[in-house]
Design a protein around this ligand. Structure first.
Ligand code: 13P
Ligand code: SF4
Length: 334
């Protein structure tokens, strides 16, 4: 535990959940491939969405870059014919559920989040049988069938706000045990049942590594994502979603930051802090999400050119219920 432990509370809706880039206007796109992508997107009335964890070159061609919440919210309101989703499978699936009349294309359909598979129907059924007064709260990093069995979805930028509004005392939080654990600490009046899911990338960040970085940079502020395990969150000065971490790094008054989340956030942070002299350090075993990295500019161009890798709508019974859980998230996050 840090000597000056501040017991940071997860900040909600704290950052720019979305960055809108006017890519047909002022942002210079320096490669022929990037220009070809923008031209194809324009011709097809397509909007490119990218998560902060994809590589910088892909973020640069996107119309919107955001965290999971910002991107879902945007997908539900876009006025376009096609969405190209630069992220992992559950993100494309959520976009399709929220924009049923649009074509949603995934440049890397094999980019899947392992955490999305770390919960089963049996766990939910068992809990429902055990507790009358139960809400099943589903982190968006999950497949549509699990969302369909849940009462509401959440992301890391709205989980605390949403769970605190639920009338039920008992909360089955799926699939991420670390985010669930972190929220449970903020809401002692609730009884949390945690599911044993986790993000392998955040869970691999070791306490020794974080402490070593703190020794090397004693004045640095430590920013962590709530997917990090509780045994390292003790070192955090700030805990928040990707957008919250970016905001803190950009607007905070420290000169140095140790950042414990996927290194993809660095791209936006560097853009927004250019010339400030601020310095950013990531764990030496660099946190990279191999699935997010599967999205490349070539694949973005190919889906636009060939109309391939369209996200299918789940069957009606799953789609309707999963959409309800997502819609409830959008409502309660207001
Ligand atoms: P946020 O964008 O909500 O911070 O989530 C991070 C993540 O792991 C997405 O897979
Ligand atoms: Fe899944 Fe972790 Fe990658 Fe996010 S960073 S997509 S939670 S594996």
């Amino acid at each position: 535990m840090k000597d000056n432990a501040k017991n940071p509370v997860l900040q909600q809706d704290e950052g720019k959940i979305l960055v809108h880039q006017d890519n047909d206007g002022e942002i210079p796109l320096d490669t022929e491939l990037a220009k070809e992508i923008r031209q194809l997107a324009k011709e097809q009335n397509a909007v490119i969405l990218a998560h902060y964890y994809v590589t910088g070159d892909v973020q640069d061609v996107a119309d919107y870059i955001g965290d999971s919440f910002g991107l879902s919210k945007t997908a539900s309101t876009l006025d376009c014919d096609k969405i190209v989703f630069c992220g992992v499978k559950f993100m494309g699936e959520s976009a399709k559920l929220l924009s049923p009349n649009k074509q949603v294309l995934m440049p890397a359909p094999d980019a899947d989040c392992p955490m999305a598979h770390m919960v089963t129907r049996e766990i939910i059924d068992k809990c429902r049988a055990e507790y009358d007064d139960l809400a099943v709260v589903c982190y968006v990093n999950s497949n549509a069938d699990m969302k369909a069995l849940s009462d509401v979805c959440v992301t890391s930028s709205n989980a605390l706000k949403i769970v605190s509004k639920l009338p039920q005392k008992n909360i089955l939080f799926i699939p991420d045990r670390h985010l669930g654990h972190y929220i449970s600490e903020q809401l002692p009046e609730k009884n949390f049942i945690l599911n044993p899911g986790f993000c392998p990338i955040h869970e691999a960040i070791s306490l020794d590594e974080v402490k070593e970085l703190e020794e090397e940079h004693p004045n640095a502020k430590v920013l962590m994502h709530p997917e990090c395990p509780e045994w390292i969150l003790t070192e955090a000065d700030y805990i928040g979603s990707t957008s919250g971490i970016i905001k803190e790094a950009v607007e905070g008054d420290a000169e140095e930051y140790i950042i414990c989340t996927v290194v993809g956030v660095k791209h936006q942070i560097l853009k927004e802090t250019e010339g400030s002299g601020k310095r950013f350090y990531f764990p030496k075993v660099t946190p990279v999400c191999p699935n997010m990295r599967k999205v490349t500019l070539e694949k973005v161009r190919d889906v636009l050119k060939n109309g391939t890798n369209e996200v299918p709508m789940p069957s009606d019974d799953i789609a309707d219920k999963a959409r309800e859980s997502l819609a409830k998230m959008l409502e309660l996050a207001k």
